[in-house]
Design a protein around this ligand. Structure first.
Ligand SMILES: Cc1cc2nc3c(=O)[nH]c(=O)nc-3n(C[C@H](O)[C@H](O)[C@H](O)COP(=O)(O)O)c2cc1C
Length: 365
């Protein structure tokens, strides 16, 4: 019989208490140095209190130029790790599995936060030159002055070192899952997609070349991540650019077993973000789940589905019907930090979750 939403999930030697994950969501709430603040502690802490199995940080930059905005979280120094450690510890105390998304924003870095318009920040406004596989800025590829530099081999070697150092710090800060962010048009996705990767060295060209960096970084992160703890990789299954040569669901299906081979335990299947011309066919319930299913057909790795999951019955059905191993819930967690506890009530599974003892009188316990 298939599992349900409240069945624990064991990955390696790590057991997650249920199949709900808080999707990584940028909060743009750091002071200008990338250190976690009270906001992050409260935001992630309340979702851990709310019953989710995995609570994942927002995209956490492995080096300063990898931030989308100057207010993004970072993990490029021990001070950053020290600021994150209490968050990981609190999540564990609450029974959740703390996870961190390791990220580099590539050509989509150096912007204002969304509430200030996500505008490109120029150097005299505190912005910086962005890095990408090819010198094509985003969103206007022929922008002048050019704000995006093609990465050299030295840059690529440095990037790998930064990912490894970030993973080591995250491990020492107490995180139990590391997720490599290779989705949404950020740096690693930019290497995967022919839309953004026009390199003619071994990190570009054919499928093997374009996937090399993601495979290498996953392998190197796996190399420093404890054997008993999981590594996830978030991918964009498709560029949603059907009219041009681009990254497709079939490419993702081909990549997934290669990621598993180098140590990824779960592929977190999202989509889009590489180019403003993308055509999103639907953004309704489960809109990306078919991609997760296609990926799952091609790999033994676990698969997480994300996108338009808002209802307890819907999340439960995804697990029961073997459509995904993990229901990854984003915006609904912004509306309801207690999504999982509320889901348990609705699904008549109240005895399978723990309300905080401080709150039990509110639920008749
Ligand atoms: C405010 C906000 C911030 C986000 N930041 C990130 C991020 O840091 N990393 C990431 O991989 N996805 C990010 N996303 C995408 C979500 O993780 C998720 O994939 C997307 O919202 C679709 O899921 P949903 O329909 O449940 O919201 C963000 C989404 C929102 C709404």
């Amino acid at each position: 019989m298939s599992e349900d939403l409240f069945a624990p999930l064991s990955i390696r030697e790590t057991t997650v208490r249920n199949r709900v994950m808080v999707s990584p969501m940028c909060q743009y709430s750091c002071d200008e140095d990338g250190l976690a603040t009270d906001w992050h502690e409260t935001h992630l802490g309340s979702r851990a209190t709310g019953g989710a199995g995995i609570v994942m940080t927002e995209a956490t930059a492995i080096e300063p130029r990898g931030r989308i905005s100057p207010n993004d979280l970072g993990i490029w120094s021990d001070d950053h790790a020290d600021a994150l450690a209490p968050i990981a510890e609190f999540a564990k105390d609450r029974g959740a599995t703390p996870a961190i998304q390791l990220a580099h924003a590539g050509r989509k870095a150096s912007k204002t936060p969304p509430w200030d318009g996500s505008e490109p920040l120029q150097p005299d406004e505190g912005g910086w030159e962005t890095l990408a596989p090819s010198a094509k800025p985003y969103p206007f590829e022929d922008a002048t002055p050019p704000r995006t530099r093609k990465m050299t081999r030295n840059d690529i070697d440095g990037l790998k070192e930064d990912f490894v150092a970030a993973a080591e710090r995250a491990r020492d800060a107490g995180f139990e899952i590391a997720e490599v962010h290779a989705a949404h048009g950020y740096l690693l996705h930019e290497f995967l997609s022919p839309v953004t990767n026009q390199r003619d060295d071994e990190y570009g060209g054919d499928f093997e070349g374009r996937t090399r960096l993601v495979r290498e970084i996953t392998e190197e992160v796996r190399g420093v991540w404890p054997d008993d703890k999981p590594v996830f990789v978030r991918v964009s299954a498709t560029d949603w650019l059907p009219d041009r040569e681009s990254w497709t669901v079939e490419d993702t299906a081909e990549l997934a077993p290669l990621l598993a081979e180098v140590g990824a335990d779960l592929v977190d299947v999202s989509a889009g973000g590489i180019h403003p011309d993308q055509q999103i066919p639907s953004s309704g319930p489960n809109y990306q789940v078919p991609y997760a299913e296609r990926v799952s057909e091609n790999t033994d790795a676990l698969v997480g589905a994300v996108g338009g999951i808002t209802e307890p019955k819907q999340a439960d059905a995804l697990i029961r019907n073997d459509r995904a191993d993990l229901a990854i819930v984003g915006r609904e967690h912004l509306r309801d930090p207690y999504f999982t506890l509320h889901a348990a009530e609705e699904l008549d599974a109240g005895d399978r979750v723990e309300w905080p003892i401080q709150y039990r009188r509110a639920v008749g316990k």
